[in-house]
Write a protein that binds this ligand. Structure first.
Ligand code: UP5
Ligand code: MG
Length: 262
């Protein structure tokens, strides 16, 4: 029995004149990872923005791991443009006249991933807008350059491959790890005031399943490409940030990115 999300996804694919990615029997994410590493060790096609000018850091980790919190601090120190995929989707959901509002709301509540065409377009538009924004000056923003934290994305292999190939090849992944108990505690506490429709126990459980089954393979993929800084986000914010800052400083100092666990 097709769910409302299946139906809306089909409508979306038709609206965008795209072929639905839903194959008869989808390969397992692990298999997809192996194939991509073999075929596309690095993304071959030409992305819209060059990595030599535009630095993209993906920020990943489970629900409530502390991605947004660390991004806010990095913005202050390094002048990044912080693009949270979740925030962009929530803004699109609430935008009057959005044809994707209902689809986004259903996916977020169910902890499922919004079809990548929507998210990719929202992020690409935001990147383009930031690069064209004359008010953005200072470190990393001269002569068409830019630096971006893409928070909560890519959380599925298709998004990872498409963004690296079509938008901009990412430089590295900041990956925040902690226990599910800590994530639950943080989300439920935030849920008292956040107004987020997915900050409740029912949605949290579904978000964890999607994270384990669909997003962890993305981490495996970038680990095979030697691009992941894995940081324990259980300690206090300042302690996590000290490690985060150290990693980003090394990247901007031109050190070769390598897997590291902190
Ligand atoms: N906090 C943070 N760090 C702390 C620390 N070290 N010590 C103590 N407290 C700490 O932090 C969460 C809470 O913990 C806050 O109250 C903070 O003060 C405290 P936060 O920094 O907000 O964590 P974050 O990892 O950003 O958690 P978030 O809930 O935003 O993560 P999700 O990945 O679940 O949410 P996101 O907004 O990225 O996505 C939501 C949904 O959108 C997804 O489930 C999905 O349905 C959809 N989506 C897509 O479909 N596609 C995408 O590409 C992206 C999202
Ligand atoms: Mg967040």
């Amino acid at each position: 029995m097709p769910t409302i999300i299946d139906k809306l996804s089909e409508t979306l694919a038709e609206t965008l004149h795209l072929t639905s990615h839903k194959a008869e029997a989808e390969p397992k994410e692990e298999q997809v990872v192996e194939e991509y590493v073999e075929v596309n060790g690095t993304a071959a096609p030409s992305p819209a923005f060059e990595q030599s000018k535009v630095t993209v850091i993906y920020v990943l980790g489970g629900p409530g791991a502390g991605k947004g919190t660390q991004c806010a601090l990095l913005v202050e120190d390094f002048g990044f443009c912080h693009l949270s995929a979740g925030d962009l989707l929530r803004a699109e959901q609430n935008r009057e006249g959005s044809e994707f509002g209902q689809l986004i709301r259903s996916c977020i509540k169910e902890g499922q991933i919004v079809p990548m065409e929507v998210t990719l377009k929202l992020i690409e538009n935001a990147v383009r807008a930031a690069l064209g924004d004359e008010n953005r000056k200072g470190a990393g923003w001269d002569d068409g350059k830019g630096r971006f934290l893409i928070d909560g994305f890519p959380r599925k292999m298709d998004q990872a491959i498409a963004f690296d190939a079509e938008v901009c090849l990412s430089s590295m992944v900041l990956f925040y790890t902690t226990t599910e108990d800590i994530m639950i505690e943080r989300i439920l506490e935030r849920g008292k005031t956040s107004g987020r429709e997915d900050d409740n126990m029912e949605s949290i459980k579904k978000r964890f399943v999607t994270y384990r089954e669909t997003t962890l393979p993305v981490i495996d993929y970038y680990t095979k490409l030697n691009k992941v800084a894995s940081i324990d986000s259980s300690p206090v914010v300042e302690e996590v940030y000290a490690k985060t800052k150290g990693v980003v400083e090394k990247l901007f100092a031109g050190e070769t990115v390598q897997n590291v666990t902190l």
